[in-house]
Design a protein around this ligand. Sequence first.
Ligand code: PGA
Length: 253
Amino acid sequence: MRKNIVAGNWKMNKRFDEALELVNDLMERLEKENELNAMVVLCPPYPYLEMCSDMSQESYFAVGAQDVSEQESGAYTGEVSASMLESLGLDYCIVGHSERRAYHHETNAVVEKKVKQLLANNICPIVCCGELLPEREAEKQFDVVKEQITESLFSLSAEEFGNIVIAYEPVWAIGTGKTATPQQAQEMHAFIRSLIAEKYGNEVAENTSILYGGSCNAKNAEELFANKDVDGGLIGGASLKAEDFMKIVTSFK
Ligand code: PGA
């Protein structure tokens, strides 16, 4: 059975004291929930990973990084390796976010290398894909996502594929307040699942969690998550406030 996951991508937000306050607030709220229908993952900036990882021992969330180096180790100033993340006890790492693709020229080939580094270190990659606005307007969204998934993930074995999570994030919906409709999300998620089924078979496809990201918030999460192929969300802006994030986490019915 695939997992429901709600992951908070804090991006480059919050100073240390603010980050600590947010985690404490979330911990108090998580404590009060009798039953959670989703796995909660916090993806803070690198300097706060250790603090979050320590605090996660006392709570109900897992911790992920927002990026990782494609290299194993060595003279790569400013980079952080998968093995370093593993040594902090992290379980997840976002890869191929559209902001990395746009501002850091991350290609599908780079995403593939990063995914392999993470899997070699027992960290679950949350692999992002999604089309730009002009691509959707030209009705190319399925071609774009197919290319991203095929080029970055289809060299994995079926066993390796069993350890990844996919996040569909239409770039026109990220941070814009324009959410994909539940129908648009479901249609793309079902398409992604069919690609996985074609390549790896139904069992792997049915066990892969596919998250939606892009202006998902406390108001629209329930409607999005109600779709059969939407297994949760990768949440940016709305993960920065404990109250909003918790509303999303508890949106699974
Ligand atoms: P957003 O970001 O929720 O602020 O749109 C989502 C993401 O980029 O992961």
